[in-house]
Design a protein around this ligand. Structure first.
Ligand SMILES: Cc1ncc(COP(=O)(O)O)c(C=O)c1O
Length: 364
């Protein structure tokens, strides 16, 4: 029988990832508030290391990423053998599911949890189970209700993207304590550093103390290095060792490793990045509220806004209006949140530009 090549069962049911928009018609350099990037750019030391790496491009990268590994181990006081690096934390989610899931297994996440998890889980043949959060509240009992003997992984983005919500430290610990030992709890701390003054722990301590917690981190947000594509995970050596066996040996690049190793120690840049969000996120929430739109409490570098279905004020209309002013924000229909927009916290000038454009809609 002659048939055309076919993907594995389930592959064509995967909805592709929809990135934040990068283009606005008529604007050469639109204001991009659609991907939670760092509006301050990145650490100057990281940039210098990137440029210096131009002299080494004929060489393969270090497959163990030793310089970066030691930098992170020192900065966070970790056992260097418990670290693994990926092409962004996105690749780590894939490595996790490919290593621990087979068809018939399942992976649990919150309904509005980060989109990459479902791609990783389904690619490994796992069934995705979604804990409901229709009211945008994240109760860990809802995750636990989805767990059974075929659950291999729970992904918890904390703070969450796109909802910005936080699961407090004690609740994360309660979730972990209630899990059967065969389930890996993945605590995704992509926005961990932006949480200040809240009852929160970033997952590193649990990953150190237990045999089934892995924490993931990224250089894309706080460090402003999204274009380099580097993320890392920390967890029990046995789990990390298993994942490392299927990792492409040269997945992180020479410039990526060297620039990130510098970024780790640029505390001045990190501090400025956190302070920017601390200063302007409440301002944005207050201004947006003042225009009559509802915001949800966010612990990350973005705000989540709900728009009414009223013609002229709907999320779709607002997104289009802002784009017509050269301001790009993130529509969330693919997350099942068609009435919401997610907006990255920018610099003062950028935030004011956004509010001016939004005020035009509110005035209609
Ligand atoms: C919750 C969460 N985890 C992980 C990532 C992926 O980051 P990376 O750029 O490291 O792949 C993102 C990016 O938006 C995110 O929001």
């Amino acid at each position: 029988m002659h048939t055309a090549p076919q993907p594995k069962p389930g592959i064509l049911e995967i909805s592709p990832y929809v990135p934040g928009k990068a283009k606005a018609q008529g604007f050469e350099k639109p204001l991009k508030l659609s991907a939670n990037e760092n509006p301050l750019g990145c650490s100057p030391a990281a940039q210098q290391a990137y440029q210096a790496a131009a002299n080494q491009l004929s060489l393969y990268p270090d497959p163990r990423a030793t310089i970066l590994r030691e930098a992170i181990a020192r900065r966070h006081r970790l056992n260097a053998k418990g670290l693994i690096f990926g092409i962004g934390s996105d690749e780590i989610f894939t490595l996790l599911c490919q290593t621990f899931c087979e068809p018939g297994d399942n992976v649990v996440q919150f309904e509005f949890g980060f989109f990459a998890y479902r791609i990783a889980g389904r690619a490994a043949g796992a069934q995705m189970r979604f804990a409901p959060e229709g009211d945008l509240r994240r109760g860990v009992d809802r995750l636990l209700a989805e767990v059974d003997e075929r659950t291999r992984v729970i992904f918890l983005d904390n703070p969450g993207n796109p909802n910005g919500a936080l699961v407090p430290a004690a609740e994360v610990r309660r979730l972990h304590a209630a899990l059967p030992p065969h389930v890996i709890l993945v605590l995704d701390g992509a926005y961990a550093e932006f949480v200040t003054g809240a009852d929160y722990e970033d997952g590193v301590a649990l990953a150190r103390e237990t045999s089934n917690v892995i924490t993931t981190r990224t250089f894309s947000k706080l460090h402003g290095l999204a274009g380099l594509r580097v993320g890392w995970a920390y967890g029990p050596e046995a789990l990390i060792d298993a994942m490392d066996r299927i990792r492409a040996p040269f997945n992180t690049s020479v410039p990526g490793q060297l620039a990130c190793a510098e970024a780790v120690f640029d505390e001045d840049f990190q501090k400025r990045s956190v302070e920017l969000v601390e200063r302007w996120r409440p301002w944005l929430e207050q201004q947006i509220g003042g225009l009559g739109f509802e915001t949800y409490p966010s612990f990350a570098n973005f705000v989540l806004v709900r728009f009414p279905e009223t013609p002229g004020r709907s999320a779709g209309h607002v997104e289009a209006h802002l784009a017509s002013r050269g301001v790009l924000v993130r529509a969330l229909a693919n997350y099942g949140l068609p009435d919401f927009l997610r907006i990255t916290v920018g610099t003062e000038e950028q935030n004011r530009q956004l509010i001016d454009a939004l005020a035009e809609v509110a005035a209609l």
